[in-house]
Write a protein of this length. Sequence first.
Length: 164
Amino acid sequence: MIFTPRLPRADPWQLERRPIMAGSQSASPRPVSPSRPKRRFTLAQANKSLALVSRIVSDIVHTHQSVTELHEKLETTKVAREQKPLQDRLESENRHLQEYVDELADVGCELKDFQTGLVDFIGRHQGRDVYLCWKLGETEIQYWHELHTGFAGRQTVSSLEESA
C-alpha cells in the first residue's frame, strides 16, 4: 500500500522524543495521534468500505507489533552504538504507523485498539449517533453500540433502526 500525504506534517519526533510503549490503546505507541471520525455511515456504506479499511487496519496492527518489538529491543540494548540503529528504525516505523492512522481517519472511521484492530464507524439508530463496531478479521459489521457504552455494550445489527 502506498501512502501519499495530502498535507505536509511536522515530524512528531521533533516535538517529543520518548520511548514508545506497547499494549492496549491507553499505552499505545506515541506520538501517534488518535484517529477521528469524519462522517456518518449507513451500515451498507460502512460494510462497503471494509475492503479498504481492512487493509489499512492490518497495516496498523502489523506496524504496531513491529514498534512494540523494536521498543523492547531498545530497552534491553545497553551498548550505545547498537541503540542508534534501533532508535532510527523505531522512529521510521512510528512515522509509518501515524500515516496509516491518518489514512484510516481520512476514510472517516475511528481506530479503537492498535492490537486487535477494533474500529468504530459513526452510524445512526433511532435518530441518534451510535457506533457501528468492526474488528479486523470480521467479514462484515455485525454489531453496534451507543457512543458511551463501548465494546461491552455491543448489540447485533439486526436490532439497528437506521431509518427512525
